[in-house]
Design a protein around this ligand. Structure first.
Ligand SMILES: Nc1ncnc2c1ncn2[C@@H]1O[C@H](COP(=O)(O)OP(=O)(O)OP(=O)(O)O)[C@@H](O)[C@H]1O
Length: 572
């Protein structure tokens, strides 16, 4: 960070180095004081010796005093001015001042740090935020300097009670989840928690958020896992078992809550006669019990499904779709060491039995973050109240996030047409209006749909040479075959590259959860609903785009999108 270089240039000695860029600066007057106080906010507490017996202080972002920087209405009248510092790695790129009183001259005077190269303070907080959001997105990074007051309030909310955060796509829920995990466990917080489990939908999500955790969190305090990895860990199983085609998943998910009740009853009954009960013995007992509780219309299906299950626990482990069932038996019988707090990102996607497993892994309170409108199936609870009930949370306030940081207004409005009118967004997108989505009808016989999708993806890749592009579709295999035929290669199975070094990601809506790209092609919208029976996955797919969205379809578009296009025919 230039301050340090500049401080060194000015032969200003540091007591200790600050590991990372400073976040900002505050000038305020405490009641009863004759002079203003000024301090920096940064990644950790530090004292900067300015020479001549003077020093300035860096207050850790987790300290209560840092609220003077982050909170919009910090104890009215105390804060005079805040200086926001934005950096790219260790280079200070921008600084801007936010006056809360009438400007009275120099915002921060009298110390060498203020006379260093902090760039001009022309931009406002809003300009700086917009500029950053319009630039090609880098992997998710710590955003301390940009954290919005509504986000900070949730990051730093009291962890003695549980918290539910509902927010539209792109309102910064993952930003809140990651920063909260770091805040709760930070070594400099007086009542820090010993550990936090930070849970999200997929391993790709886990790698997407990893940089924030390694930048902000105290080492070895935040455990990042995908839902599947948690189940694998409970079962000590490999997290990528071979998929066996079966009806297991449908029945496990469709009867999830009743299945949980049946398993709990089996375990309780068996324990009466067998205190040494193991998950394997409980599984065998479950295969035989008459005390099953599926909904009446599905009882026959349930019994047939159970009849076809592997006869032994260790054989059943080979089918990951049975993992929630098996893991529940393990946690019912074991005494897992509970986490001090669990944060769940995309929490709307957990099914009842998965929630019941999780409930037994947490010894503390919860932070549940998600968007009920992005539910991927009707087998997940339809309300936060229901989610809380399954986790055993008594009464938790439901907080809302309302800012729009991911997508342009044009993309938000187009995707938002899939939502009920009552769910419309309240705040305008920070990225501005943007260009309307491009809708390509590929219903002619030639070229094929995958070919059109590939051509559109290449157009976007060329238009965003420094950015990221994704194709999101339920027809992953068809598009992959087409890309392969045209000389594209895959690294992992999601990122495709060509000989010119161009690249795009190819994902199903399930894999795209929680991620974002500068430009996105969504292929064959009609196919999303067939999988989910709901618009949630299509809404998720459309809202992964920051700046540009192309929709390619061969079949008819879903009626709300047709209506939207008709009502806004001037834009399409
Ligand atoms: N305060 C902020 N300053 C700068 N960028 C922000 C801020 N809050 C969020 N963003 C950016 O907006 C984008 C969306 O944020 P995030 O992924 O947290 O949203 P989300 O609510 O989890 O979305 P979804 O539910 O659709 O996955 C990210 O690029 C993030 O870095």
């Amino acid at each position: 960070m230039p301050e340090y270089i500049a401080i060194d240039d000015a032969r200003v000695q540091l007591h200790r180095a600050v590991p990372g860029p400073l976040t900002g600066r505050v000038r305020m007057r405490y009641p009863g004081d004759d002079e203003d106080d000024s301090f920096y906010v940064g990644p950790t507490h530090a004292r900067i010796d300015l020479g001549g017996g003077r020093e300035t202080q860096v207050v850790s972002w987790v300290a209560p005093a840092a609220a003077a920087f982050f909170e919009r209405h910090y104890e009215a009248g105390l804060v005079k001015v805040r200086r926001h510092l934005d950096s790219d790695g260790h280079d200070l790129t921008r600084a801007w001042d936010e006056w809360l009183t009438d400007p009275d001259g120099i915002a921060f005077d009298g110390d060498p740090v203020a006379q260093t190269e902090e760039p001009g303070t022309a931009s406002t907080a809003e300009d700086a935020l917009r500029e950053r959001l319009l630039a090609p997105r880098t992997p998710l990074t710590a955003l301390l300097g940009m954290l919005q007051p509504e986000q900070y309030a949730l990051v730093a909310a009291d962890p003695t009670s549980s918290l539910v955060v509902q927010g539209h796509a792109g309102t910064g829920k993952t930003v809140v989840a990651t920063h909260r995990a770091a805040w709760l466990t930070h070594a400099e917080r007086e009542q820090r928690l010993r550990n936090v489990l930070l849970l999200g939908p997929t391993p790709t999500w886990a790698s997407h958020i990893a940089p924030v955790i390694s930048e902000l969190a105290t080492p070895d305090t935040v455990i990042v896992r995908s839902f599947g990895q948690v189940l694998a860990q409970v079962l000590s199983a490999n997290s990528n078992p071979p998929h066996k085609p079966s009806r297991s998943a449908d029945v496990v998910h469709a009867t999830s809550e009743q299945l949980g009740r049946t398993l709990a009853t089996v375990v309780a009954n068996q324990l009466r006669t067998d205190p040494e009960l193991t998950p394997a013995k409980a599984y065998t007992a479950f295969l035989k019990t008459n005390r099953v509780a599926p909904p009446s219309g599905t009882r026959q299906d349930f019994l047939e499904w159970r009849e076809a299950l592997p006869r032994r626990f260790d054989e059943a482990l080979a089918d990951d779709r049975l993992w929630p069932l098996l893991a529940y038996l393990v946690v019912l019988l074991g005494e897992p060491e509970g986490h001090a707090h669990v944060i769940v990102d995309e929490a709307q996607d957990l099914r009842p039995l998965e929630l019941m497993v999780l409930a037994r892994l947490n010894a503390g309170s919860w932070t549940l973050i998600g968007d009920m409108r992005q539910r991927r199936t009707s087998h997940t609870p339809g309300s936060w109240k229901r989610v809380c009930k399954l986790l055993g949370i008594d009464d938790s306030p439901e907080e809302q996030l309302s800012g729009g940081y991911r997508s342009t207004q044009a993309i938000i409005d187009f995707a938002g047409s899939l939502l009920p009118r009552s769910a419309a967004r309240r705040n305008p997108a920070m990225l501005g209006a943007g260009t309307p989505p491009r809708v390509v009808n590929a219903s002619a016989a030639e070229p094929s749909l995958p070919q059109v999708v590939l051509d559109e993806a290449i157009l976007l890749v060329d238009a965003h040479p420094d950015g990221t592009v994704a194709v999101i579709t339920e027809l992953v295999e068809e598009v992959a075959n087409c890309a392969y035929d045209h000389g594209w290669q895959t690294e992992g199975s999601q990122i495709w590259t060509d000989d010119h070094g161009r690249r795009f990601s190819l994902l199903s809506s399930e894999q795209a959860r929680g991620l974002e790209f500068d430009a996105v092609v969504v292929a064959e919208p009609a196919a999303f609903r067939e999988r989910a029976g709901d618009f949630g996955p299509l809404y998720t797919a459309l809202t992964r785009a920051n700046l540009e969205l192309t929709v390619v379809h061969r079949r008819s578009l879903p009626p709300p999108l047709i209506r939207y296009i008709r009502e806004h025919s001037d834009r399409f």
